[in-house]
Write a protein that binds this ligand. Structure first.
Ligand code: ATP
Length: 311
């Protein structure tokens, strides 16, 4: 006999909804400051997600709630279907938070060992040092590290639990260009194993280069969520610019797809949701238009538009 009835007694440790991270309508205020407002975020296992926003947007507060370091005023935070503290205690989560002094008077190796002793299934110390690129710093006292070296040690501590999810709050602050490159290479190999990465940043190129998905936060709320390409296409559109004899910005405002027109150095620049339609109509109306350019927006332009709209 065949049956289509649901299987009973499924693994209670599995995330019931399959999500690595699920924030549902979380809010947090500090006095009169509403740091995070009704924010929801769902991250599937294996995704690499950037939380992008300017200073004070609410990124760190969101991360603190997600890790169980701060309790939301309302809403819920779940990691792998469990309460954040439970997922952290189970060694499923590694975190690299902003600044915070490393325990002094210990060598890097001693610090990593101490931290490993608190984890249920830590990675071997040699592997941690290797993966974080700090084998050469193992014997250095933590208080003698440079800012960038201390960041790499914090990254090592995040790797110690051998986590399924790694959460990084502005991880590359203080790292020089070379160290930054090595750091992202290490993160790529971590993510290539199917693990989940969430990082907060205000470096747009990092979000664009490294994340599968960018969640833009402004004034404590999600204002956009998509790939870098989707954010660029969906928010700003392309720009058609040309020298158009006898035209002024107002006369081009009704071109199909046009959302804004401005004069830029003797040219007219038309921001458009449909560059093909705009260009056809422009040439039909002004056959003498010349030096035409169609420009794809940068992520920075998309970001500024998004947070500008929000404000
Ligand atoms: N403990 C606190 N007490 C009072 N206000 C706070 C506290 N923590 C955060 N805030 C305020 O909440 C808002 C959000 O801060 P948060 O640190 O989450 O932003 P952020 O996006 O991480 O900023 P940054 O990029 O500068 O780190 C800010 O206005 C901040 O001043």
């Amino acid at each position: 006999m065949t049956s289509t009835a649901p299987i009973q007694g499924s693994d209670s440790l599995a995330a019931p909804d399959g999500a690595a991270v699920r924030l549902t309508g979380v809010s947090k205020s500090f006095g009169t400051v509403r740091a995070v407002r009704d924010l929801s975020l769902h991250i599937a296992p294996g995704e690499v997600v950037a939380l992008l926003g300017r200073n004070g947007a609410g990124k760190s507060t969101t991360i603190d709630m997600l890790l169980g370091l701060t309790t939301p005023d309302s809403g819920t935070a779940r990691l792998f279907g469990a309460a954040p503290q439970q997922a952290v205690s189970a060694g499923r989560v590694g975190a690299m938070l902003q600044a915070g002094a490393l325990l002094p008077d210990l060598t890097v190796r001693e610090l990593v060992l101490l931290f490993a002793g608190l984890q249920p299934h830590p990675l071997p110390i040699g592997e941690v040092l290797e993966r974080a690129g700090i084998a050469d710093l193992a014997k250095r006292k933590t208080q003698n590290l440079s800012g960038g070296q201390a960041q790499r040690v914090r990254f090592a501590l995040a790797l110690v639990p051998d986590p399924d999810l790694i959460v990084l709050d502005e991880p590359t602050v203080g790292m020089d260009v070379e160290v930054r490159r090595e750091f992202w290479a290490a993160m790529r190999s971590f993510a290539a194993q199917g693990r989940t990465v969430l990082f907060a940043t205000h470096y747009l190129p990092e979000a664009d280069d490294f994340a599968d998905r960018i969640v833009v936060v402004s004034d404590g709320a999600v204002v956009a969520d998509g790939t870098g390409a989707q954010l660029k296409a969906g928010t700003v559109g392309r720009t058609v610019s040309a020298v158009v004899p006898g035209a002024d910005p107002q006369s081009l405002a009704d071109l199909p797809g046009a959302t804004a027109v401005e004069p830029v150095g003797g040219r007219l620049s038309v921001r458009t949701a449909s560059s093909d339609d705009t260009l056809r109509a422009l040439l039909s109306r002004h056959p003498d238009a010349h030096d035409i350019e169609v420009v794809q927006p940068t992520l920075e332009a998309a970001f500024l538009t998004l947070i500008g709209e929000q404000r």
